[in-house]
Design a protein around this ligand. Structure first.
Ligand SMILES: Cc1cc2nc3c(=O)[nH]c(=O)nc-3n(C[C@H](O)[C@H](O)[C@H](O)COP(=O)(O)O)c2cc1C
Length: 330
């Protein structure tokens, strides 16, 4: 039985060559013969060898050792940990931090949930704790791909320190969170960078002069033309882009309390929209990036698609549009 598998191509830009180990090239799809009944879904992306292209995305399923270990045990192709930064003390995650959209009219309580809004920030666990857990995971699963997700303030020294410490934990690659809509914009964190191409170019420059493992830049959809930050990130030396992060949203106003949801002690703020309802939007954004990459980048840069993936069919749609890997958050 024939199946789709991936084989590394050899092209690499000067920036990539600087940091790529032998074999650290992007995969291209080729036909291969699978062994004994099971289709071979293995992929090699930016030199990262994965048993399949299905990746746990940065978020609740990458919060701690226990859930990441379970993902490896269940056979996921790679795991991207919840985003970390140097100082977890500045992160306060409130409760409740979710609101939901149901498929039934008027949000009838039993209706299927098709959209989530969250106001969850990055990891509020101490960086050292997260790094120790990354080390433990890489000790137990040396052949599996663990990707560190990072976010920092507009400060070159801080970015460099964070990259050095996260790389020391043994992660195989880095995903840069340029995309959480409710990051800390006043500190130029998250989407505040991903929405400003000048800032993005500068910060990508800092990151790529320091990082020694492949770097994926995670894009925000909260921008008119998502190909612009994707292009800047790749031109600045990132090996790949991931898209999409959540879509800025106000899930609804509670007509009893007259306050937006979710509401914490009387206050609320717009959050990030995700899940099934965003899948068509994510398909469009991924399609735009894939087309741009096909036309402008031939050095093996990769694309990781995210947004509302609940089934194998959802993932196959992204792969058909040109994604190398697909991230899942549920
Ligand atoms: C509760 C929650 C927390 C998240 N935290 C992070 C995060 O720490 N870092 C990050 O890059 N993306 C984070 N995301 C965004 C997801 O990785 C993903 O990009 C987004 O939810 C869209 O995909 P989905 O529809 O499959 O959830 C989070 C999403 C949710 C729902």
């Amino acid at each position: 039985m024939e199946s789709l598998t991936l084989r590394a191509s050899t092209a690499a830009s000067p920036l990539q060559r600087r940091r790529l180990l032998p074999g650290r090239q992007r995969a291209t799809y080729v036909r291969a013969t699978a062994s004994a009944g099971e289709p071979d879904l293995s992929v090699r992306v930016n030199g990262l060898q994965m048993p399949n292209p299905f990746v746990i995305g940065s978020g609740p399923p990458g919060t701690n050792y226990t859930v990441m270990k379970r993902a490896f045990d269940e056979g996921w192709g790679a795991v991207i940990a919840k985003t970390v930064s140097l100082d977890a003390e500045k992160v306060i995650n409130v409760t409740p931090r979710y609101a939901k959209l149901r498929a039934e009219p008027n949000g009838a309580a039993m209706g299927r949930i098709i959209g989530w809004q969250n106001i969850e920030l990055i990891s509020d666990r101490p960086l050292e704790t997260m790094l120790n857990e990354f080390k433990q995971l890489k000790k137990e699963y040396p052949d599996r791909i663990l990707i560190g997700s990072i976010m920092e303030e507009y400060n070159k020294a801080a970015w460099h320190e964070l990259i050095e410490r996260v790389e020391e934990s043994g992660v195989d690659a880095l995903e840069i969170n340029f995309s959480c809509p409710h990051g800390m914009p006043e500190r130029k964190m998250g989407a505040a960078v991903g929405q400003d191409c000048d800032l993005l170019e500068e910060v990508c420059g800092w990151i790529n002069e320091k990082a020694t493992v492949p770097v994926w830049a995670k894009m925000t959809p909260n921008i008119t033309d998502i190909t612009q930050p994707a292009r800047i990130s790749l031109k600045s030396g990132c090996e790949g882009v991931s898209a999409i992060n959540t879509i800025m949203s106000v899930m609804g106003i509670n007509l009893k309390t007259l306050r937006p949801e979710p509401c914490v002690e009387g206050y609320s703020t717009p959050g990030g929209y995700s899940a099934r309802a965003v899948h068509p939007i994510a398909l469009a954004k991924v399609m735009q990036i894939a087309r741009m990459m096909k036309e402008e980048f031939a050095d093996g840069q990769s694309l990781s698609a995210i947004g509302g993936v609940e089934t194998g069919n959802d993932a196959a749609e992204f792969i058909l549009l040109g994604a190398d890997t697909v991230q899942v958050n549920y």
